[in-house]
Design a protein around this ligand. Structure first.
Ligand SMILES: Cc1cc2nc3c(=O)[nH]c(=O)nc-3n(C[C@H](O)[C@H](O)[C@H](O)COP(=O)(O)OP(=O)(O)OC[C@H]3O[C@@H](n4cnc5c(N)ncnc54)[C@H](O)[C@@H]3O)c2cc1C
Length: 460
């Protein structure tokens, strides 16, 4: 056993938070950094999260666009997708992204240690057969799928988001338990490639954390697409093997749904076990490691970032936190975290993106006005045959500053950045509509929504 190899910083987890922190720490004066990763470098996002799922969703998008191609005088048959080729393409993209990430770390001369780390105390880790010490330690161990205690669940071969990304062949039908981000993204993929898809959501509407109007738009769109969505449905039990039966209760009535596969997409829980957090005096709860506004844990030499915290489990949040934690470990001047302008994108079909407060969340404020501008009023949406959607803006009517922006429709994820900029820099809606948006672009919709909201505020 090698004793006491000493580092400026040891990082547990080579995902988005950990790799960002490693680079940021070097930029802020750390010199010897060890990045400990027990699995694949790149973590969830690169290997089993954002990147592979978005590669599948790009295939789905091409299929869906093709349905409109005939309106433009184009005829291509994408009705029988080659699933094997879709998987191979996804694997190619994932490995290219992973290798780009590894090269960046090599360039920065960060030591990669491919082992599992366990705390011995707040400055010491057991890493494989080695004992490593560091002035600072960052916990960036991520999260894993949460499996709710549904009756019979341990006896059925359920899928998680990870195993659903490596199915050998497409099932004929799939039941997805969970109608929020991950569930609806997988539903978009499976439904688009021709798998009979059913989604079950306990809340009374799809994507229940989104603005009510956005959820309603989704519900209508799912109905039009023929995607079976059961809102307000409680799962009572699961059973079966080659065919899975899911017993649900909806409006007091029980029924049984059948599918060849079942995917459980009911959220993700932080990876806390097996880290030995207690040995280092690090406090944690069910929702994650407890940190202060500088991302420092109850053990002063230990910081934490990413999905292992109770903040939003998103890649850009993990990157932001990884960066902040590194700055706070190695700079004199500490920077607190600020989560009030964090965009959230759901790459479902249709796409949803939001930032800030929903209209319901803003309801307890005194001066609130909102508008919802339809995609059908945007030239580019009509030209491209993507005119179903809306852009909803919620503002403080005393200042005209946005409290939230909510978009459902084509390229919602790109458009939301206009809301992010306006909120981050307190740009009032009349200034947004005072700018010029190019014709014909979807961005014009944001401009029209701001113009309408500005008029509504002026009339009040
Ligand atoms: C299907 C899916 C799709 C997603 N899509 C999006 C998206 O489109 N946009 C978005 O913003 N977010 C998305 N996310 C969320 C995003 O992937 C995560 O928020 C992000 O990857 C979190 O990064 P992290 O560094 O905190 O954790 P991770 O990337 O999970 O990294 C943690 C790493 O720590 C390692 N580790 C854990 N314990 C130890 C230990 N004891 N010793 C050594 N190593 C250890 C793990 O092996 C892992 O590699 C998606 C997630 C999923 C599951």
């Amino acid at each position: 056993m090698t004793e006491n190899i000493s580092y400026d910083l040891l990082i547990i987890g080579g995902g988005s938070a950990g790799t960002t922190a490693a680079i940021a720490a070097l930029d802020h004066g750390a010199s010897k950094i060890g990045l400990i990763e027990k699995g694949l470098l790149g973590g969830t996002c690169t290997n089993v999260g954002c990147v592979p799922s978005k590669s599948y969703l790009r295939a789905a998008d091409l299929i869906n666009s093709n349905r409109q191609a005939v309106d433009y005088g184009l005829f291509a048959d994408l009705s029988r997708p080659d699933y094997k080729a879709i998987v191979e393409h996804k694997n190619k993209i994932v490995s290219a992204m992973r290798s780009a990430g590894s090269k960046t770390l090599e360039k920065y001369d960060i030591e990669i240690i491919k082992e599992q780390a366990v705390f011995k105390d707040a400055n010491t880790l057991q890493v494989g057969s080695q004992i490593l010490t560091a002035n600072n330690i960052l916990v960036a161990s991520g999260a894993k799928s949460f499996i709710p205690p549904i009756e019979g669940v341990s006896d059925v071969p359920y899928l998680t988001s990870t195993s659903a990304l490596s199915l050998e062949k497409l099932p004929e039908s799939i039941i997805i338990i969970g109608g929020a981000y991950i569930g609806l993204e997988f539903a978009a993929f499976f439904h688009s490639v021709g798998v009979k898809t059913t989604v079950i959501e306990a809340a009374p509407r799809p994507a229940p954390n989104e603005d009510q109007e956005i959820s309603s738009h989704l519900a209508t769109s799912f109905e039009k697409q023929g995607l079976e969505f059961h809102a307000g449905a409680k799962v009572l039990g699961v059973s079966g093997d080659s065919e899975i039966e899911v017993k649900i209760e909806k409006k007091g009535e029980q029924s049984r749904l059948k599918g060849q596969k079942v995917l459980i997409a009911t959220g993700r829980v932080p990876n806390l076990k097996e880290l030995g957090l207690e040995s280092a005096g690090i406090k944690f709860g069910r929702k994650g490691i407890e940190v202060n506004e500088y991302l420092q844990t109850s053990a002063p030499s230990v910081y934490a970032a990413g999905d292992v915290l109770s903040s939003l489990q998103l890649e850009h949040v993990a990157v932001y936190e990884g960066w902040k934690a590194a700055v706070n470990m190695f700079s004199e001047k500490k920077e607190s975290v600020d989560y009030h302008v964090i965009p959230r994108v759901m790459f479902s079909h249709p796409e949803v993106a939001s930032v800030g407060e929903t209209e319901e969340q803003a309801a307890n404020r005194t001066n609130v006005k909102s508008v919802a501008y339809p995609y059908s009023g945007i030239a580019m949406a009509n030209i491209s045959g993507e005119n179903e959607g809306l852009i909803k803006l919620v503002a403080d009517s005393s200042t005209g500053i946005l409290l939230g922006a909510h978009i459902v429709g084509k390229n919602a994820g790109d458009l939301i950045h206009l809301g992010v900029m306006a909120m981050q820099y307190n740009i009032p809606v009349d200034k947004i509509s005072g700018s010029i948006a190019a014709y014909p672009t979807l961005a014009q919709g944001f401009y029209y929504a701001a113009e309408n909201l500005s008029a509504k505020i002026n009339q009040s």
